[in-house]
Design a protein around this ligand. Structure first.
Ligand code: ATP
Length: 432
């Protein structure tokens, strides 16, 4: 029985592609070599995918690069066809997938609007009525009668987006909205999509940005290697997904950890000076006079497992090994650390000297540990740096601005970088 409430029904859809062992042959090569065929393997970009989308809902598709999200959108949009399975669609689709796929470079912006809107079933009179709005949204008034050939890729995308959102679609397919135009235009697009959602348009959107899923979607589908591995409320999927991505990244980060340290140790023979002291090769964010050097680094969880991903609020310990290359008794030592977001925003830093701990003494070799009992960083990517210097911070012995990177995940949806403990009190009553 047909359920009017279901507007998209994807049933056991599979899509295969060919993976060539070497590059496809050119026509000339095919003619010259005649018998030799390109060797290829087939793989499933989508493998037995089934789901239903309810009218008026907003569904977020998530998954690693290459997991099949765009292929799925293209199949729903019917610009690609499945090898197996069935798709039923109930309504008019507008797609923000391959923006401007139907545009003609030799026609003007205005002519392209007419062409494109006609494909979606609008008469000339209907387009005449809404063209001012389409042009205004695209902010391309000055250029609208120029040929599309002269448009930048951002202008092209603006025009295509503007047409797509003005064709009264019942279903909107969006692939990474945040890639369109500049920041202001992106915000405008996001607002428009929000408005369409509120007006009852069914939306399927692909994004790597969890906060978009969080703000816009009622339902999330997680694809991995062309299969749905989880679906449900965004909150339920999001934490599992972030944790999965974090763990995947962990192995990679472990290899990278202290890569400068390894680089330095690999070069040991070359860079020892006349006193057999290992010199620090200055690598931008790594420098120092080498009186003390760091030789190893770990980020440990409460079970002493070396990890690169942690839950918000988890206890972590940065453990570094050091080697003193001068007489330790001659040094008055100051140890510091700093945490920054991956895009370089400085979040926190301190050192023993600033905290009045001025009697620190080292051995010839040893371990320094920094324990953070309650690492209240919000989900995202961060780096940790470490320094060892003299008490007045005049001489730096060894300093890594980024000794390792790590990822935070959690189902906390606060905004920013750090969770601050807080209470809400309304009319003298604490809100629980
Ligand atoms: N036309 C095609 N021919 C051959 N292989 C393809 C084609 N389109 C996609 N693929 C492959 O299918 C797989 C799924 O691709 P798809 O673009 O759907 O992934 P995605 O999840 O959207 O990735 P991303 O997040 O990087 O956009 C990838 O391995 C991709 O290389």
């Amino acid at each position: 029985m047909k359920d009017d409430n279901i507007v998209i029904n994807v049933e056991n859809v599979s899509k295969k592609f060919k993976l060539y062992a070497d590059r496809p042959m050119s026509l000339k090569e095919k003619i010259v070599k005649r018998v030799k065929k390109n060797t290829y393997k087939e793989f499933y970009a989508l493998n037995d995918v089934s789901f239903k989308v309810k009218k008026g809902s907003t569904v977020g598709l998530i998954g690693k690069n290459g997991s099949g999200k765009s292929t799925l959108l293209k199949i729903i949009n019917r610009t690609m066809f499945p090898d197996k399975g069935k798709i039923s669609i109930n309504g008019k689709i507008a797609s923000l997938i391959e923006l401007g796929a139907g545009f003609h470079p030799e026609l003007s912006g205005r002519e392209n609007i007419y062409n494109n809107a006609t494909i979606f079933g609008f008469t000339k009179e209907e387009i005449d009525k809404r063209i001012p709005e389409i042009i205004a949204f695209s902010e391309l008034e000055e250029f609208i009668d120029n040929t599309l050939r002269t448009y930048s890729s951002g202008m092209y995308a603006r025009l295509a987006f503007s047409v797509a959102i003005h064709i009264d679609a019942d279903i909107l397919l969006v692939d990474e909205i945040l890639g369109v135009g500049d920041i202001n235009f992106q915000a405008k697009c996001a607002n428009k999509i929000y408005e369409m959602k509120n007006n009852g348009t069914t939306i399927i959107l692909v994004t790597h940005d969890m906060s978009t899923i969080d703000r816009l979607c009622d339902y999330a589908i997680w694809l991995e290697h062309g299969k749905i591995i989880a679906d449900g409320s965004p909150k339920k999927i999001e934490n599992r997904y972030l944790k999965f991505m974090a763990e995947e990244q962990e192995e990679r980060k472990k290899i990278e950890v202290g890569k400068n340290i390894n680089k330095q140790n690999d070069l040991k023979d070359d860079i020892q000076d006349e006193n057999n002291k290992i010199k620090i090769t200055h690598l931008g964010d790594h420098f120092g006079n080498g009186d003390v050097i760091f030789t190893d680094c770990k980020l440990l969880d409460e079970k002493h497992i070396d990890r690169r991903s942690f839950n918000t609020g988890q206890k972590i310990k940065l453990q570094v090994k050091y080697l003193c290359q001068v007489d330790p008794d001659d040094l008055q030592v100051n140890v510091g650390f700093e945490i920054a977001s991956i895009n370089g925003t400085y979040i926190y830093g301190t050192n023993t000297s600033r905290e009045g701990k001025k009697n620190l003494k080292l051995n010839k070799k040893g371990t320094i540990e920094i324990e953070l009992d309650n690492l209240n960083l919000l989900p995202g990517d961060y780096s940790i740096g470490i320094a060892i210097a003299d008490l007045e911070e005049k001489a730096t012995y060894d300093y890594y601005k980024n000794i390792t990177e790590f990822k935070m995940y959690s189902n906390i949806h606060d905004i920013g970088l750090v969770r601050l403990e807080h209470k809400f009190i309304v009319d003298d009553k604490k809100i629980k």
